[in-house]
Design a protein around this ligand. Structure first.
Ligand code: FAD
Ligand code: DLZ
Ligand code: SF4
Length: 509
């Protein structure tokens, strides 16, 4: 009796636990392009194209390797439109009585599989360094969960950047060296780009037809759509960008969308690249003297530190995590998150424009521009969450939700962040060139043309005083606020209120 082996669109690894468990001679691999997955949020068309093209090529590679694959294309007649529906259809077709799956990266799909009228065995997803049990045992009994301590354990366990039990370079974290503002010139031309082949072209036409009217440009499409290409993109990054990755990790530039970032998350997350393989490639560059320790340590920390930690938080806190709203923020997401021409704030407009065209923004753009603005403006975190899950090609709930609900919006009340990531326009002015071309003046704190981030920053601090004033990391800012003349404080709060009212009316702010 054959079994069905489910492979989802972000599980495209030959080493996937479900495939490892399967018998090539008798089991049937099920892969399905389905309406439910392509529409549960209004995904960016580049994200849909990446996943469908990558799925089709992965299925072809499995077949070439001798597997039987039951593959449903989105436009197939008889496509039931859901993962559960396709599994049932294939079970009937092949007389299968059991499904073997690798645990999906979203609670939503986990419960779909749990509720199937067919036994489904969900195996652990072994494409991560830390299992759920490992993270739980680390987290147990700790008053606060700090990524840095978890990261050190991951360094010890993987042996990455370790020399005789001690951290390479004599310290665990070189972040202190990684806060350089935007450089004058960038000598990296960006991530490796791939010309669409026939399969990709077919998918692009399908996506244009079915999803062409939403937010996001499908062309030019340049993502890798198979593991071999992703590996070349990794080599390209290590050689040309990694050496300066650390220095400019927090910088932002109007005409250099990728700076020295890797743009590898989308490939790691769908299974083309293993996290440890990526880290080892970076470590090799350190050993051969091609990249400095601050760059390599910073990069490795993002992957075995932040990436693993975020997944741990998502699974530790359960399905309700995405609905948390500790700061009780209720305002609707402004329209300009979907249309950059609807705002005069250059930083926000440039990040939204880049997101629309590339389905990509780097970490500081996500955190300190669109994330920071949403938090300062008091936007409902559920709406912010849905926006991030939709617009980035690397977005799956297990990684997106803790970054948005936890790190960016402080909506979990500080499960792992010791303070909210808020800043006035000064931070953006220091780290980018956005303010040079803005209708607002970052130097103006109040009055005509004052930067909205400056106004909203103080309004946020004032609004949440009770919660944050005892936080030692924020005390200094409350002291500054209190030293201002009362009239000035009133002006700031009144102007912030006027700005938010105008924004919510739909004015072009
Ligand atoms: P690089 O800067 O080159 O970093 C290297 C790798 O480190 C990345 O490829 C990624 O795998 C990993 N990484 C770095 N930071 C994080 C982090 N905070 N959490 C998890 N992994 C990290 N990342 C996603 O993969 N999917 C998301 O949906 C996502 N949503 C985010 C939303 C917000 C509000 C914020 C602040 C961050 C989000 N991140 C998300 C984390 C981070 O911004 C992206 O991983 C990174 O920008 C991807 O670009 P890159 O590959 O060029 O990264
Ligand atoms: C994101 C996505 C999209 C757009 N389409 C599909 C699809 O058609 N078929 C599929 O198997 N997976 C798709 N995915 C990825 C799933 O949504 C993803 O596996 C879950 O969100 C869990 O991470
Ligand atoms: Fe953004 Fe303010 Fe700078 Fe304009 S002045 S780009 S709104 S930080």
């Amino acid at each position: 009796m054959s079994r069905l082996i489910l492979v989802l669109g972000d599980q495209l690894s030959p080493e996937l636990s479900a495939l490892k468990e399967a018998d090539k001679t008798s089991d049937v691999v099920v892969m399905a392009e389905v309406a439910d997955e392509t529409t549960y949020v209004p995904h960016h068309p580049k994200k849909i194209a990446l996943i469908l093209a990558a799925m089709r090529k992965f299925a072809a590679a499995l077949r070439a390797d001798g597997w039987t694959v039951a593959y449903s294309e989105l436009d197939d007649r008889g496509n039931s439109g859901s993962i559960a529906g396709e599994l049932l259809r294939r079970a009937e077709e092949h007389g299968a009585r059991e499904v073997v799956a690798t645990e999906p990266g979203e609670w939503r799909l986990i419960s779909v599989l749990e509720d199937m009228p067919l036994p489904v065995r969900q195996l652990p997803d072994t494409r991560f360094v830390a299992s759920h049990a490992r993270f739980e045992s680390w987290a147990e009994g700790r008053k606060s969960l700090r990524m840095e301590y978890f990261y050190r354990e991951m360094r010890r366990e993987t042996g990455l950047l370790m020399e005789e039990g001690e951290p390479a370079g004599g310290k665990w974290n070189f972040d202190h060296d990684n806060r350089e503002p935007a450089p004058e010139e960038i000598d990296f031309g960006g991530p490796m780009r791939f010309t669409p082949d026939e399969t990709v072209e077919e998918v692009l036409e399908l996506v244009e037809r079915r999803f062409g009217n939403g937010f996001g440009e499908v062309r030019p499409f340049w993502f890798a759509t198979e593991a071999g290409q992703a590996r070349r993109a990794l080599t390209h990054f290590v050689k040309h960008a990694l050496p300066r990755f650390g220095d400019y990790q927090d910088a932002m530039l109007d005409d250099a969308r990728f700076l020295y970032h890797s743009v590898l998350s989308l490939y790691i997350n769908i299974g083309f690249l293993e996290p440890l393989e990526v880290c080892r490639a970076a470590e090799d560059a350190l050993r051969s003297g091609d990249a400095p320790i601050n760059a390599v340590e910073g990069f490795v920390r993002q992957i075995i530190g932040w990436r693993e930690f975020m997944r741990g938080i998502y699974f530790l806190h359960g399905p309700d995590y995405v609905r948390r709203n500790a700061l009780n923020h209720q305002r609707k997401l402004p329209w300009f998150y979907w249309d950059e021409t609807a705002t005069r704030m250059n930083c926000v407009a440039r990040v939204v424009e880049q997101t629309r065209e590339e389905a990509y923004a780097h970490h500081i753009q996500r955190l300190m521009v669109t994330g920071n603005f949403a938090l300062l403006a008091g936007i409902d975190p559920a709406e912010v969450h849905e926006w991030y899950l939709s617009v980035y090609a690397d977005a799956y709930e297990w990684v997106e939700a803790p970054n948005v609900i936890g790190m960016s919006q402080f909506a979990d009340g500080g499960v792992f962040a010791s303070k909210p990531y808020v800043s006035s326009g000064n931070y953006i002015a220091r780290m980018s060139d956005y303010c040079d071309h803005c209708a607002y003046s970052v130097k103006r704190k109040t009055g005509e043309g004052a930067c909205p981030f400056n106004l909203l920053y103080w309004a946020f601090m004032d609004r949440h005083r009770e919660r944050f004033e005892k936080n030692p990391r924020m005390a200094q800012m409350y002291a500054t606020w209190d030293r201002m003349a009362e009239g000035r404080r009133e002006t700031i709060l009144a102007e912030a209120g006027q700005f938010l009212d105008a924004m919510s009316r739909g004015d072009r702010v």
